[in-house]
Design a protein around this ligand. Structure first.
Ligand code: NAD
Length: 369
């Protein structure tokens, strides 16, 4: 028999699957194959202490199976932390389908995938992610009820962006309270980079509160439209965003925007935005931004309104309840800053500790009966 310790000692090349799972204690991985439809998928379940694992399905042309497995393991773990920090009774899971979503996806493949999701009997609940759209969810839903984040016309909760944006706004107010002792954003110079579904809703909250908002988006048409609608100023020189005179930087487009170069240039007091995975390298740049004296509100807490919205879809959707839960993001953000200061650790690490504590605490409750 192979002992776990032996597996840990040997290389990942020799033991690429279970050994990888032991690194972050993943519970289960389901490998799915179907020659007829061409489906090749991996469903990774990181942790189900708090509840069923939930996370989207991503379709991507991975270069090899290891890359796909690594992505599924990384993303599913991220979902565990996001849901736990948001105080939800959800675990973390994620699925990846290996292939090109533009050329290889079809109804039969998606329905076959739905069958695999169903075979887990609710231990994994899927949703949309990169390369998988509403139409695909419709196909998956034909084969399983373990689907969430559906549009309104499919009986779902619809676009989560207003709830996400509200959470970002509250996190920003909590960050302001931490920095200036007062959570008003009135008069603060705020740069919002990316004014898509979340960014636009965020800008509306900020303008209403009297902030001086500047916006940028690579989509020129959208940029002009949102500027006209909200009265926000358009940033003319996007290359200079990180050098701008601002109080708060809100990244609401892509990930990995906080790197050695950009952190070096930023002159703001707070970074708080919706984009996922903002720190290019969590350990390096989480520490660097702390040492620069910039308050960084951890992305997966800031943008947890989206997962909160999806969670309430599982309960029989009610937007007011979802919004009420999203309000807790304010206090969670303040708690993160408190732990960060008390333990002298970067804020992303403090957020991880909050998530780990909830899993440990609730784990004890479950073990007592
Ligand atoms: P979206 O696609 O609607 O908007 C993204 C916007 O960013 C687009 O308008 C795009 O043109 C713009 N953009 C892309 N690259 C840019 C660049 N380099 N500079 C400036 N603008 C750029 O996406 P969204 O739903 O608004 O989500 C925004 C971010 O928040 C994403 O990172 C997403 O993963 C994250 N997020 C969203 C939700 C949600 O509820 N929608 C929940 C959690 C996290």
């Amino acid at each position: 028999m192979i002992e776990v310790q032996d597996i840990k000692k040997s290389s990942l090349a020799e033991n690429p699957v279970i050994a990888q799972m032991t690194l972050n204690n993943h519970e289960q991985v389901l490998f799915c194959n179907d020659n007829d439809t061409g489906l090749k998928a991996i469903i990774a379940i990181h942790n189900t202490v708090l509840g069923p694992s939930l996370g989207g399905t991503r379709m991507w042309p991975y270069n090899n199976e290891m890359e796909a497995l690594t992505d599924a393991l990384r993303l599913s773990r991220g979902m565990t932390y996001k849901s736990a920090a948001a105080g939800l009774n959800l675990g973390g899971g994620k699925a990846v389908i290996i292939g090109d979503s533009k050329t290889q996806k079809n109804e039969t493949m998606m329905r076959r995938f739905g069958k695999f999701v169903n075979s887990l009997s609710g231990k994994y609940i899927t949703a949309e992610d990169v390369g998988v759209n509403t139409k695909d969810m419709e196909y998956i839903k034909m084969e399983t009820d373990y689907v969430s984040g559906l549009p309104l016309n499919m009986g779902g909760s619809g676009d989560p962006s207003p709830v996400t944006a509200y959470g970002v706004y509250l996190s920003m107010k909590a960050s302001a309270k931490e920095k200036w002792g007062n959570d008003s954003l009135s008069g603060k110079k705020i740069v919002v980079q990316g004014i898509g579904n979340v960014g636009e809703n965020l800008v509306k909250h900020l303008v209403k509160e009297g902030a001086k908002v500047s916006i940028y988006d690579i989509n020129e048409e959208r940029l002009q439209l949102v500027a006209k609608e909200t009265g926000a100023a358009v940033i003319a020189d996007p290359k200079g965003i990180f050098d701008m005179d601002m109080d708060i930087y809100a990244p609401c487009a892509l990930g990995a925007v906080l790197n050695t170069d950009t952190i070096g240039r930023l002159k703001c007091s707070i970074v708080c935005g919706a984009a996922n995975n903002q720190l290019a390298e969590e350990t390096v740049h989480g520490k660097m931004i702390m040492e620069k004296g910039i308050i960084y509100a951890p992305d997966f807490v800031v943008n947890s309104g989206g997962i909160i919205n999806v969670f309430y879809e599982l309960q029989g959707y009610n937007r007011e309840r979802a919004m009420a839960h999203a309000e807790k993001i304010y206090q969670t953000t303040l708690n993160i800053f408190k732990i960060s200061k008390e333990q002298n650790i970067p804020t992303y690490m403090a957020a991880n500790r909050i998530a780990e504590k909830r899993i440990a605490d609730i784990g004890k409750v479950k073990l007592t009966f």
